[in-house]
Design a binder for this molecule. Sequence first.
Ligand code: ZN
Length: 361
Amino acid sequence: MTEFANLGVAVHKRPDGSTPCDLLVVERPVVEPEDNEVLLHINSVGICGSDVSVWRKGRLAHLALEGPLVLGHESSGKVLRCGKNVKHLIPGDRVAIEPGYPLRQDEFAKVGRYNLSDQYFCSIPMSNGCLQRYFTYPADYCYKLPDNVSFEEGALVEPLSVAIHACRRAEVQLGHNVLVCGAGPIGLVSLIVAKAMGAAKVIVTDMLENRLEVAKSLGADFIHKVSKGESPMETARIVENLLGCMPERTIECTGAEAAVQTGIYATRSGGCLMLIGIGPSESINVPIVNAAVREVDIKGCIKYCNTWPTAIQMISSGQVNVKPLVTHRFPLEDAIEAFNANLTGKGIKIMIKCDPTDRGI
Ligand code: ZN
């Protein structure tokens, strides 16, 4: 297919193996969709911390870059062409893309927990992502957007999904008090989702004042700026004082050892600490006996499953408002500038606009 020129954003390993890797806007082939696939004109792609990690470190956890890799996994676009078996989409449909799918119908996929299967996952080494103008992808993992859901909201379904999966696993319920550690994008969507799932009060902690202000504007009932020398036990006590009780649920979004420790001390007996944040190290010190003797369940989560339809409904119905999360927009051609802006820590979610005819919301 030659009628389109495709551009994408890729990281390349440096010949000497040094980091950060090279980040380049490159020409990409356009791939004709197979029978179960669609060819998409990508519209909006959010920059995620994992994209930045692959660029800066040449790896994501234990997965190392082996060659050029196209970034991007928070995206939405318009269907251009459908493979012959595709029944639920037609050209012109606007869709949100679920970036991970199981490679086989293994035992996890059979029970619906396909996030635990071996997956193709956009932008995780070595599966190319969707930060490109044209992208070919399995149609079953493209979800039609209602007219009142914008492309950017469609791209935000991905981070929203992380929070939905985590809050489901944590069993956040009506009337719960919830502590969210970290006010980055995932902490903020966790706040939004916990509220939508019925949390009575949510307190958000972070070390950065400006992020906490955003949490406040998104509906946090309380915020607490964790200061440098503050011990996890002290933070837990402050959380309890502000809430008026210990939270039944804690959603930990930083991966920092001290925050995980705080999560244990802060959570009410019989409650649950959900770990979303992943730190650099596989082993950290936590007061596990404190958790055990108070029956605080510690749970983890990885990616998500079965969240796209839910997230789209939540946005479409007005149950959640994710629009304020987008603070910056860059055209695809200026993607390098966008990634550099992300590094400075300014703003919350940076959107890269891949459709030159539509650079709006
Ligand atoms: Zn992400």
